[in-house]
Structures are given as C-alpha cells and as structure tokens.
Write a protein that binds this ligand. Structure first.
Ligand code: ADP
Ligand code: MG
Length: 736
C-alpha cells in the first residue's frame, strides 16, 4: 500500500507526473492530496458565465447550445480554411468555443447541442464576445447515452482544482482518484479527545472527503478538519517557542525607589492615561521577573506608547541594565532620541554639568553617523554609560556591544522580521526582556499568528484633550476647484500659527530612481496597473507650491534620499516651527510627532494602502487643535480606489481599518516577507474568517504544550511539527 510519502511516479505515468511537478511542485501522493480543490461544482449547476473576466484561466461547467463549421480565409496563408465554432451556455449568458483548422472537424461529434461538459482555457474577447480559443474539455454527460463517463465525473460534486494549461483540473481529479485508491489508511496525528471536543472528522476521512465528498456538508466538514490541522500546527510551534523562551533565565530588573524612574514620573508634564498605567504595571512586573518578558504593545496612533516604553526602560536602568530602542527609519530613531532626551531633561545628562543626581545617558546609533560620533556612541553602549541606546537596524550589527543589555524595545514592529528581533536578543548574555510596539492595529488573529510568540497588551484610549481629526476626499477629477480650496485651507492653518504636511508618493527628479525604489514607496498597491501618469513627486510638487498656491510660506522637503543630517535638520526645523509646510514622502508615515501640525494633504492618495494612510493621518491632530486630512485623488467616483478612500475618510478606528486593509490585500502581504514561510503552511485557513477556530486552536496548543512540552505522548503530531520546523522556509520560527 502506498502512503503519503510515496512518489507519484509509483502510481502514475510521467506524462502526468512531470507537468504536476513543474506546475505545482507536486512530487508525492501527499503533495497531490494537499493540492486542494478550489471549489466543488454541482453536476448540472452551471458556471455563471457573466462572472468570467478576460485573461482569466477558467474551468467552467456549461451546456453546448450549438456547434457549426464555418469557412474563413486564413490571414497568414491566404488560403481558405475551416473553423469550428461552438456556443456553450449557462442558461443566461454564453461563451464561444473556437477551433481553427479542418483537422478539428471531429469535435462536432463531441459538441452536440445538449451535451454537458467542463471547458478550460483562457478567456479571450472577440467583437465583444467572450471566447475560449482551442479550449480543453471533458464531456460530462453526452446526449449519446452510450458514451461512458469517466469514473471521477460520475459523481454529483465535481472538484475544480487550481490548474494550468498543461495540467487541467480533470487531470488532477483523475490523478487524485488513483492516489486515493492506492493509498492505505492515513493515521491521524490529532489526540482523540481533542477531535471529539471539537467534533472533527478523522484525517483519513477528511482527506478523502476534501477531494471526493458525498455532499457539500461533508466537504465543509473536511475543510474544517484540515483547517484545524493548519491552525493547530502553527500554534503548537508558537506555543513551544513561548514555552522555551519562558523557561530561559533572565535577569530580574525590579523597580527601585528613588531612582531615575521616580524622578522621571515626578517631572512628567502630563498624567498618564488609565491604559498607560495598566500596561505600565504589567511591564514593570514582567521585567522584574526571572524569565524574559516577550510582549507586544499595540496602540492606536498617538496613544502614547513611547512614554510607556520609556518608563520600562528606566526601570531597567534603575536595576543596573541598559535598554535598546530599535526604530525602523533614521528619521524615527533620531526623533525618538530627541523626544526621550527632552522628556528626561536633566535626567539624561548623568555625569555632565547640569545633570541630575540620578540619571543616565541616551546614545543614538545609526548607520550614517560620522566616525567620531559613532565611536563615542559605541563606547557609551559598550561601557554602559548610556542606559538607553536608540538606533536603526544598525544596532544589530556585529560590532555593537552592550555592557548589560536588559531590555529590547522594537518600535513599529511591522517593519522588522522575527530574525532581526532574534539577532538583537542575542546581544545579551542572558536573554533580555523584549517589548515590541506597533501602531498598526492588527486583527486579533493576525496578531496571534504573526506575533504568536508574544503576549499582547493594547492601549485603546488616546490621552485626554486630543482634538478630533476630520478627513475629506478631494476628488480633483470631478471637482477641480476643491484643490484650490485645499491649498487655501493649508494657508489658513499656517496663518493661525499651525503647520502642514504635504505627502506625495514619489521622490522624483532623479532619473536614477529605480522601479524598486518606487515600489518600496508605493507599498502594497504597487502592483495595481500603472496609471496614466507617474505618481506625483516631492521634488516636482514642492517648487510648484512655492511658486503657486503656497507662495510666501516656509517650505521644507523630506524624503529618503536626503543625507541623514539633512533629514535631521529638516525634521528639527519643522519640529521647532521654523518651517510651515513639510513636503514629504512616506518617510513621515510612522512615529513623527509634531503636535503643532494640524493639516495634511495627501496627493495621489489612492496610491497608498489603507494602513499607510491611517498612519500618515496619525501625524496630525496630536495636539489640542483639531486636525484636517485631505485625501487628494484623481480616482473617479465608483472606482475601488475611491471606495477605499471614502472608507478611510469615514472612520479613524484603527481596528476597523486594519480589517479593511487585510481584506484588500493578499494575506501573504499582511504577514510580510519574513513571515511568508508561515503563510505557506496556511492553505485553507483564513486569518480573517477563521477567527473562532484560530482562537480555539491556540488554546488547545497552549494546553498541550503546557502538559507535554515535547509532545511525547503524541508522536505523530510531534513528527509533523518536526517536519514543519525542519522546513527551511520556517526555520526562523525557532531561532531563539
Ligand atoms: P504613539 O503611540 O503613536 O507612539 P506617542 O508615544 O508618540 O504616540 O505619543 C503621542 C503624543 O502624546 C506625544 O507628544 C506624547 O508626549 C503625548 N502623550 C503621551 N501620553 C500622554 C498623556 N498621558 N497625556 C498627554 N499627552 C500624552
Ligand atoms: Mg510612536
């Protein structure tokens, strides 16, 4: 008897196995059986032909209505020839099948009106009629009753597989049929009582029903069972990872009365929100424990995560340790260093003139630091003089040493991979405590999967006294005058003593700008078809504004190609109010904190993703004056882009927008490149739609691992986990 590891070549000929391997990397029976049908068609329930899109590769079930032979003149040979034209229908719309050449005459015997078949090919269009040229087909029910139907297609439900032009859906169905016939019973790795608890069918039955169900209910039950496997395996990996990390020893960093943290709290110019206090207490306790903290802090844009993190860092400093703060960009790292120094005041000048009795020092370490500055920052980190070291990923480089790294804070985690977190963690003798912060609210299940090895806290409320942000879409195509109104609005805000951002999708000017750079700036929607003109560019828009609608205002320009100290200078000038308007790319997307900025105009707004716009918008309304965000777009009424912008304008609820964002992007993008390995394990599971299932699987996984860390009572399950972990695509999962 064959098993899941049996090569397909043992049961099928190379004419079938070669294309399967080439198209889908299917080599074993197991690979084939994990190539799940996309849908189940019901015999006789015809495909809605109106839903077909040009250029799509489709498999449709339809009935032949007519089939005729036509003469035509072959354009290239000039000779007269014959083509066979059949029309198939779903009862409403129709689709044309075309075969060129007299040698296709025999097809008229297949395609007799009334015949039911599956037809596969790429949808084309000719004289505004949909057609398939030289489609492949499989006759399901011939009007000629003598004709034998293939066994697979005698079933009521017909599996439609992801297919290509070399491997048609029915070829896969046939191969699956042969595989299932030659396969022995598949052992179920799941513990029986878990299966019973959640009413899951056995693995053997599920695999068979996934491909050849008796009815739809059975198919759904099979899908549910197989989704469970996916969810449980991922959650087991994460649970084991959590368990191992928690078993590590860490140096406890308990709070110290009369230390820097107390002094800091005493000089804080505002009172902490209830949420900040609660999360602060959790962090304080976990940092004081003898096992490393691994926590994700989610917080709405502007909810005040920095202060929470800083207080945790100061507790570590008080206990004789150092804290590293990792930021995704140089602009952000520099701003963090500046903010922290400001918040600390004299407390950040330990050992210096004017410094407080208790205190520490803040070092900034970025890739582009001058040699001298770099050397002194490295010394401060290695010698321990700097209690807080702020930097970009340059912090992860080999040469950077810490005297006593006790806490790693990663800001805006979505920009970092798990690997980087691990690399930094490796810089301490004993595993440091880790706090990851993200301002992009992520749906709970995504958090459970992408950040599944972390415990989660959320800062839901904004500090009191925040003025609301209103958002308006400015549709320049339909209402060109609204653009003038938008610039007038910017001038009004500036006249009232406030400041403005103007955001463009592109830097511009330099011809050396590559597509890759462009894509990086465009984000998730870069793969939408390029539109009529290139995206608006900072370097084109800024001079236009200076000469036109914003003449007389003080404009600065900020983008990723500026040298680091130029960037610093511009940001510093804007923060200090020496600039009225900052024309920038998405470098200002995250974290930039200038409370006096009250208006933002985003040009070509449709070029940005949902969470990007939400982040951008978070740059305004950070003070007490109300903010206005103007989404300027050429996207026409009724277009998907416009709908997206309208949705963003309608709410500032980050969690609602996060869902919208995930719905609009492929989930793989949500997980990010670093997580794509994990994604590849998820064939059926949807992080959005299967929330209940994921939550239940996570609970089961934690429970299992708590009772039996290495799953020795469930060898089959342990073996599957081992395979998953050995898989190089997921090896990063277990670096800790
Ligand atoms: P984010 O969570 O987006 O990183 P920040 O930490 O940058 O938010 O905080 C946004 C602004 O709110 C900062 O200017 C910060 O000083 C201020 N802030 C933080 N906590 C409070 C509070 N409890 N009351 C008033 N202002 C606060
Ligand atoms: Mg922040």
């Amino acid at each position: 008897m064959a098993d899941l590891n049996t090569p397909l070549s043992a049961i099928l000929g190379s004419r079938t196995t070669k294309p399967l391997e080439k198209a889908f990397e299917i080599r074993t029976i197991g690979d084939l059986l994990r190539h799940y049908p996309r849908r189940m068609d019901e015999r006789g329930e015809l495909t809605d032909l109106a839903s077909l899109r040009v250029d799509e590769d489709v498999t449709v079930m339809a009935e032949v209505r007519s089939c005729v032979e036509r003469d035509y003149r072959n354009q290239s040979t000039g000779r007269r020839d014959v083509r066979i034209e059949a029309t198939v229908s779903d009862g409403r719309g129709s689709l044309q099948l075309v075969f060129f050449g007299g040698r296709n005459r025999w097809r008229t015997r297949d395609l007799v009106p009334g015949t039911l078949g599956l037809f596969s090919g790429k949808v084309g269009e000719f004289r505004s009629r949909r057609q398939l040229i030289h489609p492949d087909y499989m006759i399901l029910q011939s009007t000629d009753m003598a004709m034998q139907e293939a066994d697979v297609f005698a079933r009521r439900l017909i599996a439609v597989y992801p297919a290509t032009k070399d491997v048609r859906s029915w070829t896969i169905a046939n191969s699956v049929g042969i595989a299932l016939d030659s396969l022995g019973h598949i052992t179920d790795p799941l513990p029986d009582e878990l299966r019973a608890r959640h009413g899951l069918m056995g693995l053997d039955a599920a695999i068979r029903a996934m491909h050849q169900p008796d009815d739809r209910d059975q198919w759904f039950a099979a899908r549910r069972r197989l989704k469970w496997d996916e969810a449980l395996l991922v959650q087991l990996v994460l649970a084991q990872r959590r368990a191992r990390a928690a078993a590590n020893p860490a140096t406890p960093r308990p709070p110290r009365a009369g230390g820097v943290l107390d002094a800091f709290d005493a000089r804080l110019p505002f009172t902490l929100t209830a949420g900040q206090r609660e999360v602060g207490a959790v962090l304080s306790e976990e940092i004081a424990a003898a096992h490393p903290m691994h926590r994700l802090l989610q917080g709405e844009v502007g909810s005040g995560k920095t202060v929470v993190a800083l207080r945790a860092m100061l507790q570590v400093v008080d206990a004789g340790g150092q804290a590293a703060l990792l930021a995704p960009t140089e602009v952000l790292a520099a701003q963090h260093a500046r903010t922290i120094e400001e918040l600390l005041g004299p407390l950040a000048r330990a050992g210096q003139l004017g410094g407080a009795d208790v205190g520490t020092r803040v070092a900034l370490l970025t890739g582009s630091l001058g040699a001298a500055a770099r050397k002194s920052a490295l010394l401060d980190a290695a010698g321990g003089a700097a209690g807080i070291v702020v930097g970009t990923h340059a912090l992860i480089q080999e040469q950077v040493q810490f005297a006593e790294l006790g806490l790693v804070v990663v800001d805006e985690q979505h920009r970092f991979g798990v690997e980087q977190r691990d690399a930094l963690r490796g810089k301490a003798e004993r595993p440091p405590h880790v706090l990851v912060m993200t301002a992009t609210p992520i749906p709970r299940t995504v958090a459970m999967t992408v950040f599944g090895d972390l415990d989660t806290s959320t800062l839901a409320e904004l500090p009191a006294g925040r003025a609301p942000i209103s958002t308006a879409v400015v549709p320049v195509a339909e209402r060109p005058t609204w653009l003038e109104r938008a610039w007038a609005r910017v001038r009004e805000e500036v006249a009232a003593g406030h400041q403005a951002f103007v955001v463009c999708p592109r830097i511009g000017a330099d011809l050396s700008e590559t597509e890759a750079e462009l894509d990086a700036e465009l984000g998730p929607f870069a793969d939408e078809p390029r539109q009529r003109r290139p995206p608006l560019a900072v370097l084109d828009i800024a001079p236009m504004l200076v000469e036109g609608p914003l003449a007389g205002l003080r404009l600065g320009v900020l983008h990723g190609r500026l040298l680091p100290d130029e960037k610093d200078r511009v940001m510093g000038d804007f923060a200090a109010g020496r600039l009225d308007v900052l024309v920038a790319t998405t470098v200002v997307e995250v974290g930039v904190d200038v409370p006096n900025a009250t208006v933002m105009a985003v040009l070509d707004a449709e070029r940005f993703g949902v969470s990007q716009l939400h982040q951008l918008r978070g740059r305004i309304g950070r003070g007490s004056a109300p903010g206005v965000c103007l989404l300027v777009t050429e996207a026409g009424e009724g277009s998907p882009s416009r709908a997206r912008l309208d949705a963003i304008a309608a709410t500032t609820d980050g969690f609602a927008l996060a869902r919208l964002d995930v719905e609009q992007r492929r989930e793989g993008d949500v997980l990010g490149a670093a997580q794509s390995g994990r994604r590849s394990q998820l064939r059926l599971l949807s992080l959005l739609r299967d929330e209940d299932l994921i939550v239940a699987a996570r609970a089961e996984a934690s429970e299992l691992v708590a009772r039996d860390p290495e799953l020795s009572a469930f060898p089959a399950l342990a073996a599957e986990l081992a395979v998953l972990q050995a898989d190089e695509r997921t090896s990063y999962l277990d670096k800790a």
